[in-house]
Ligand binder design. Structure first.
Ligand code: FAD
Length: 500
């Protein structure tokens, strides 16, 4: 390495996302004159605002994109360096940035997040959504679009298909039900009617009934149309630069070129076979294009044998950890999902190098009720805990794995419903040793409890159920619920009083 080392910091954090910023905040609060540098690729940082601890493990907050000067004003000893890290040299404890500078570190924390796992790179008709720029790019394309194909079944796809108006949406999911990452077929059936209805303006009083579900057959498709013509949705104001937070689409007009209402068709249990231009399609021997499809800029062939023409394809198929600049020449243990493996002190396999957020894979022995999911909440918790671990190491203090990793918990919103996920909410890893209790009122609430060995181990709560705290306690204290049986979800019993 010929370059001159500019300065050595005690702590260097890479990445101005939630994980990196929270790590910086934690470190600077524990070691006020800590000599901390934040190296980040973009001019903005993401800040947690309106943080609210809802219960023991559930938390809610907003995410705002802010100029990094906000951090520097708050922490005068912090140095913010705006450049991407190009390479890491763990032997010399230094990083090199894209603008050619080299910085030394005593302790480093990599919080470089992830990037969209695009179906196809460098295809102008395939868009991913990750940050503010890509969301704006998507909006620019959408306002001229008549039909788009959304591929993926995670949170971003769920939000998109619900929010997009004035454009036909073909939604290709590889599973038997929508939203497989977050819930089961029952919850999916509960949510599906929202695709054909207007967003509720006023919550109706709660009335509970039992509810059964039917799964669509393999390769089947379902179409949902919402007549929104009576609503004045306009194009709405656009706020350039607004952050992708839990409500990232608010303030961005997700409206296509058609006057028509929302129209979503779901193609189940299929993946993408090929993405073709119209010329490629014409020369394709097995073209099975529907006759009414007209002429489109791009065509997508699905593994269920169907081909759809569209204006563009949205690839919402997850993220890949941003590890490349850090791997070359170093000896990191990398997990199967591509993340940097970290132990219960957020340490990677390289000395003095920590990692947090989407870039890392939690490789400690997890609590039986926790799993990693690449979400805002976990990015914040990991960043915060990594900061504490780094400080503890320097101060020679012992530190134990934080309580937040005891129970998986997440609050979000899908199709305008509040959604709370707790523990093994989808029976993850439980095999046949699980029993499900479900209570559902169409259009109001969906409550699913996962019981294993008589103990509650997970729950999905959709709607204003007000059950999150009680269920969180029941999961945490692992009380034997066998005597209560199905009474647990009896709507006539005030469960909160019951277990008081
Ligand atoms: P990021 O927020 O990705 O930040 C990474 C930072 O590292 C960035 O500042 C980047 O510029 C910087 N960086 C990258 N490479 C380098 C480098 N080489 N050198 C220097 N800096 C670098 N989660 C939820 O919980 N709820 C939601 O509703 C939700 N909605 C989402 C919607 C969208 C459209 C997307 C894309 C994600 C959503 N997520 C949601 C997931 C959530 O955004 C991530 O889990 C979270 O942002 C991860 O935080 P992070 O700090 O690890 O990474």
């Amino acid at each position: 390495m010929a370059e001159r080392q500019e300065k050595t910091f005690k702590f260097v954090i890479v990445g101005g996302g939630i994980a990196g910023v929270t790590c910086v905040e934690q470190l600077t609060s524990q070691i006020p004159s800590g000599d901390v540098a934040l190296i980040t690729a973009g001019p903005h940082i993401k800040a947690v605002t309106n943080y609210k601890q809802v219960s023991k493990t559930l938390e809610e907050f907003d995410v705002e994109e802010k100029p990094s000067s906000v951090l520097e004003e708050k922490f005068p000893d912090l140095t913010v360096i705006h450049s991407a890290v190009k390479s890491l040299h763990t032997e010399t404890h230094s990083v090199e940035t894209a603008d050619g500078r080299v910085f030394g570190y005593e302790k480093l924390c990599i919080c470089s997040g992830g990037r969209p796992n695009l179906l196809m790179k460098e295809n102008p008709y395939v868009l991913g959504i990750r940050d503010t720029d890509s969301a704006q790019e998507f909006q620019k394309h959408l306002c001229k679009a008549k039909r788009i194909v959304v591929v993926g079944n995670g949170g971003i796809a769920l939000e998109l298909v619900y929010e997009v108006e004035g454009c036909e949406v073909i939604w290709a999911v590889k599973d038997k039900a929508i939203g497989n990452t977050f819930f089961d077929a029952g919850a999916a059936q509960f949510l599906i009617p929202s695709l054909e209805a207007d967003k509720p303006e006023v919550a109706a009083p709660c009335k509970r009934t039992r509810y059964t579900t039917e799964e669509p057959a393999p390769g089947a498709s379902q179409t949902f149309t919402a007549d929104r013509s009576s609503r004045g949705h306009g194009s709405g104001p656009t706020e350039p630069g607004s952050a992708l937070g839990p409500d990232w689409h608010e303030g961005i007009a997700l409206r296509g070129a058609q006057q028509v209402s929302r129209r979503v068709s779901v193609e189940y249990q299929c993946e993408v076979e090929k993405i073709l231009t119209s010329e490629e399609l014409l020369n394709s021997p097995q073209q099975t294009l529907r006759p009414e499809s007209g002429s489109w800029p791009v065509y997508i062939q699905l593994t269920n044998g169907k081909t759809f023409g569209c204006d563009f394809v949205v690839s919402a198929t997850g993220v890949v950890p941003n590890t490349e600049p850090f791997l070359h020449g170093n000896n990191f243990s990398v997990a199967n999902d591509g993340g940097l493996q970290v132990d219960d002190h957020m340490m990677t396999s390289e000395p003095d190098v920590y990692a947090a957020g989407d870039v890392c894979t939690a490789c400690w022995k997890h609590s039986p009720l926790w799993q990693q999911m690449r979400l805002w909440t976990q990015a914040r918790q990991m960043g915060w805990y990594a900061g504490r671990c780094m400080a503890a190491e320097v101060l020679s203090e012992p530190i134990e794995l934080d309580f937040c990793f005891e129970l998986f918990s997440h609050i979000t919103k899908f199709f305008n419903y509040k959604v709370v996920l707790l523990g093994k909410f989808n029976g993850q890893g439980l095999g046949p040793d699980q029993e499900l209790l479900v209570r559902c009122t169409k259009g109001q609430e969906y409550v699913k409890v996962v019981v294993s060995g008589g103990r509650m181990v997970g729950a999905v709560l959709i709607g204003e159920t007000d059950l999150e705290e009680t269920f969180e306690n029941l999961i945490l204290n692992q009380m034997d619920l066998t005597p209560y049986g199905e009474e647990l979800l009896n709507p006539n019993i005030d469960i909160e009083d019951y277990f008081d």
